[in-house]
Ligand binder design. Structure first.
Ligand code: PXG
Length: 457
């Protein structure tokens, strides 16, 4: 018997409504509307229960880097499930997939990374970061150094510690967050500023807010700074070139740890293995997830630099932290196959030199549309800003819901892109073909026309 029944779209929708509470969802609104049921996927396309073929301009949730239907990943999972479907890495045990993956991650990352701590998701990875950073400073004999500085509008996950690191106000409001010892500074979002400074000046100014914050809190109290190389969920915010070098300088000067959250930017998204490689930073910790398995199975982890790992190993004492699924064997086997595929197909270089520049050039042409005030793209991660007035760059009033209207137009016309307010974001699979890139941009232009019509007074 098949594990999953064959049912009509309507039956799935009714069962879903009756029994399933979705993540990040207004449940009342969804009850009135019903879910879109996705049944299968191939390459860069997903298919819904009505058979509609939809170009997945978001790689699922920024994760399906190698695209759907890759047989080598499916085979790796199958083989591993047959051989050893589960065993843990607690109590001085390990298994070949977790060890092999740890050594491969060391090969593809910067030289300071020789060790990895596994988790099951990006959120768990960032919870690990909070625990590990504070443990490190305790071991260093500086237990007062517990404050982690992050940024407003950052996204680091949805567990209590990860959401606290994040700078999403509505998430904080809903559950009494952040937890103590986490502070947020302004983000390097030039388009969202008053634009009185040049992007380079603005990049320096927002980076220097870190220095001011460290001084305000006390130079002996700050443990670390965490940032996404490019903010994803916050609206694909690409910092000016001046930003990350200045952040690195400040971290070095004050001796605080630098954490590069690579959950979205890792595994080729920016045309390098990791976002830190693109921006030239040398992080001490790099949480990752998503693209490590291209989303085929859940896996996360933290790449731990020697500065931290050596202290933990030399000083000893149990690190009271870990998850049942830290280094799940099937997920690790899929990650190994995924990384090998990225290497064999040269996908990182393809993003940097081939499909990346190809899509970027076309994406920037969308900037000529009357509804678009700005376009940006780095690797295969981009955004465009919807504006009410192309001259003054004035935005639509929030209640018009321009971004949501545009997102729904995209979907009706066979394209998934995300709306973050009135910022439309895009992160297609790294295997995107040139003709699919053309389709993405042509559909986007047509839908911008339709959105403009819908928003016309
Ligand atoms: N860090 C970053 C930078 C992320 O983008 C997480 C951590 C948390 O990962 P997990 O695996 O716990 O979800 C993320 C996740 C969106 C969206 O709509 C973005 C994420 C997750 C869900 C939705 O943009 N990013």
């Amino acid at each position: 018997m098949a594990a999953i029944e064959k049912r009509s779209r309507q039956d799935w929708q009714e069962l879903d409504k009756d029994h399933h509470l979705h993540p990040f969802t207004d449940h009342k609104a969804l009850h009135e509307k019903r879910s879109r049921i996705i049944t299968r996927a191939e390459g860069s396309y997903i298919f819904d229960a009505d058979g509609n073929r939809i170009l997945d301009g978001m790689s699922g949730l920024w994760c399906v880097n190698v695209g759907y239907g890759q047989q080598s990943l499916i085979d790796a999972a199958t083989r591993q499930l047959q051989e050893l479907p589960y065993y843990n890495n607690f109590f001085q045990c390990a298994h070949p997939p977790s060890i092999e993956l740890a050594s491969i991650l060391q090969e593809i990352s910067q030289p300071q990374f020789n060790r990895v701590f596994f988790a099951g998701s990006g959120s768990e990875s960032n919870d690990t970061v909070v625990r590990m950073v504070r443990t490190y400073w305790d071991l260093m004999g500086q237990p007062q150094r517990h404050t982690i500085i992050s940024r407003k509008n950052a996204y680091h996950g949805s567990t209590v510690a990860a959401a606290s690191l994040g700078g999403m106000k509505p998430m904080h409001r809903q559950s009494g967050l952040p937890i103590p010892g986490i502070e947020h500074i302004d983000q390097p979002y030039w388009f969202g500023s008053d634009r009185s400074l040049s992007p380079d000046e603005f990049g320096l100014a927002t980076a220097r807010a870190l220095e001011e914050k460290i001084r305000e809190i006390g130079t002996d109290k700050v443990a670390a700074f965490i940032g996404e190389p490019v903010q994803g969920a916050g609206g694909v915010i690409i910092p000016p070139d001046t930003y990350w070098p200045e952040i690195q300088r400040i971290c070095d000067e004050y001796g605080i740890l630098l954490i590069s959250d690579e959950v979205i930017t890792g595994f080729g998204r920016l045309g390098e293995w990791f976002g830190a490689d693109h921006f030239g930073t040398r992080p001490d910790l790099m949480p990752f997830a998503k693209g490590v398995t291209s989303g085929y199975l859940p896996l996360g982890g933290v790449l731990v630099g020697d500065r931290v790992a050596d202290v933990m190993i030399e000083k000893g004492g149990e690190f009271f932290h870990g998850y049942t699924y830290s280094g799940h064997p099937a997920a690790c086997a899929v990650a190994i196959a995924n990384i090998r595929l990225i290497q064999e197909e040269g996908l990182v270089g393809r993003v940097k030199n081939d499909i990346g520049p190809y899509l970027q050039e076309r994406w920037h042409k969308l900037g000529e549309h009357p509804l678009v005030g700005d376009t940006r793209m780095i690797g295969l991660m981009g955004a465009l800003e919807l504006v009410a007035d192309k001259e003054t760059l004035e935005r639509f009033p929030e209640k018009r819901g321009a971004g949501t209207i545009c997102r729904d137009m995209f979907l009706e016309n066979g394209l998934v892109l995300r709306a973050v307010g009135d910022t439309m974001v895009c992160a297609p699979p790294l295997v995107l073909k040139p003709e699919e890139a053309d389709e993405l941009v042509d559909t986007a232009w047509k839908c911008l026309d339709l959105t403009a019509e819908a928003l016309a007074p």
